[in-house]
Design a protein around this ligand. Structure first.
Ligand code: 2IT
Length: 447
């Protein structure tokens, strides 16, 4: 297998699908050497099969807004790979959603889910619906219209969606309500991220952020460092950033920045519990503005328009917002500002140039598919609880999540340790995830 040849074919076949091509390139580059030591993979054309989704559903979603106007969006579900379990992955509602974006996310999800040690295949879905400025009623009507098509593609043993950007507990509630009505199935295991009183796992909302901090702690310990007292810059203020802030504070770190599409809030004395709670209010408002934090806490947070979290002096950077949110220039600025570690929490949050810069300038770096896997892992734990018709305590879920994150870190060390003793976490995560999926595909024959 030659990455160059496969990429040339994919570029010709899917011109313009830049996020998808970027994600495939990153994985193929890091597995090429190992792959070529396995002639049985080459013979079964594992890579050629793995880069193509199993199937893509695309559908029209028509709904009526509060003014009585008819609106039309496009919905998708991409079932990427089922080698190690039923399709599993989130739904993203964002105006920029395209098949390319969801293909990249589904591809990444496949390897991430393999890393969790739980039996889940990879999928992703969503819509170009823009939640910004929408009322609660509009959100509900959109979710219902979306499920009117989606329900036929999913099932507790086939494909289990969850939240992602723009889809949280409220949306999962509306989606599940409509699913029940259409399918006449009352198995809560069809969606994860549900409310805690009707099948949702305790700690699922916190899980991505908590897991990211557990991973970061592992990475720092491995490098002989400690998170206590470190200044942390976080991008975003959604569900993932919220969970990350909560755990960072608990572990004794100081969150000195959060950001949004409008700019950055610098918090010199560190974020407080009250401010973290306010992040939930900001997200529920659908205003998509981080400036609201500085308006609410003027003596604690200072807002600067059109600046990123990476302009603030910090030790650790945690991108928690969107793909490609951290460029090579941002990476350089971070280094100048004293940053020595970046754990990518958003999916593909760092541009290739930024990763290259981190890796060649002594900055510890770990990729999203390892760092953020605690979210989907806890979705897997939610599925187990649903299948057993029981509910675990927060302590039980947290222990299992912590154990899984430690295990993911170990897999990265096992497959990513370099001759000089340092760990290439990109290689480690990609090879560990890939080997598991490839082996399963091989054992299941040519399908
Ligand atoms: O990117 C992700 O891993 C998620 N959005 C969570 C997916 C899930 O099924 O919980």
């Amino acid at each position: 297998m030659k990455t160059k040849d496969i990429m040339a074919r994919l570029q010709a076949k899917y011109p313009g699908e830049s996020e998808y091509l970027q994600a495939v390139q990153e994985v193929l580059e890091s597995i090429e050497e190992v792959y070529n030591q396995h002639p049985e993979f080459e013979k079964a054309k594992i890579v050629e099969r793995m880069v193509e989704p199993d199937r893509i559903f695309s559908f029209r979603v028509t709904w009526v807004d509060d003014k009585g106007e008819v609106q039309t969006n496009t919905g998708y579900r991409i079932q990427f790979n089922s080698a190690i379990g039923p399709y599993k992955g989130g739904l993203r509602f964002h105006r920029a959603v395209t098949p390319s974006m969801l293909k990249f996310l589904g591809f990444e999800q496949t390897f991430k889910n393999a890393l969790t040690t739980l039996p889940m295949g990879g999928a992703k879905g969503g819509s170009d619906f823009d939640p910004k400025g929408k009322t609660d009623e509009e959100i509900m009507r959109f979710c219902q219209a979306f499920m009117l098509e989606l329900w036929q593609c999913i099932g507790p043993d086939q494909d289990i969606p969850a939240g992602d950007v723009g889809v949280g507990g409220r949306e999962i509630g509306y989606l599940y309500g409509m699913y029940k009505k259409l399918a006449r199935e009352y198995n809560t295991g069809v969606l994860t991220g549900k409310g805690a009183t009707w099948g949702g796992s305790i700690l699922r909302p916190e899980a991505t952020g908590f897991g990211a901090l557990y991973f970061t702690q592992n990475l720092l310990h491995h490098a002989g460092k400690d998170i206590k007292g470190c200044r942390v810059a976080i991008s975003g203020f959604g569900n993932v950033a919220w969970g990350a802030c909560t755990k960072a504070l608990e572990l004794g770190a100081k969150v000195v920045a959060i950001s949004g599409p409008d700019g950055v809030c610098e918090i010199p004395d560190g974020i407080t519990k009250e401010m973290i709670d306010y992040m939930l209010v900001m997200r529920a408002s659908n205003r998509d503005r981080v400036e609201d934090m500085a308006t609410r806490f003027p003596d604690k947070a200072r807002f600067t328009a059109a600046k990123k979290a990476w302009s603030v002096k910090c030790d650790i950077a945690l991108p928690c917002a969107f793909q490609n949110e951290l460029s090579e220039d941002d990476a350089k600025e971070l280094k100048e500002n004293g940053c020595w570690c970046c754990c990518e929490v958003s999916n593909m949050g760092c541009q290739p140039g930024a990763i290259h810069f981190f890796q060649h300038n002594g900055i510890l770096f770990a990729p999203g598919k390892a760092v953020n896997a605690g979210g989907v892992a806890t979705s897997g734990l939610e599925m187990t609880q649903n299948a057993e018709h029981i509910s675990w305590s927060g302590k039980e879920v947290d222990e299992k999540l912590h154990f899984i994150m430690n295990n993911i870190h170990e897999q990265c060390v096992k497959f990513g340790t370099q001759p000089d003793g340092s760990v290439d976490y990109v290689k480690g995560a990609n090879i560990a995830g890939f080997m598991k999926v490839a082996q399963a595909m091989l054992e299941q024959g040519t399908i």
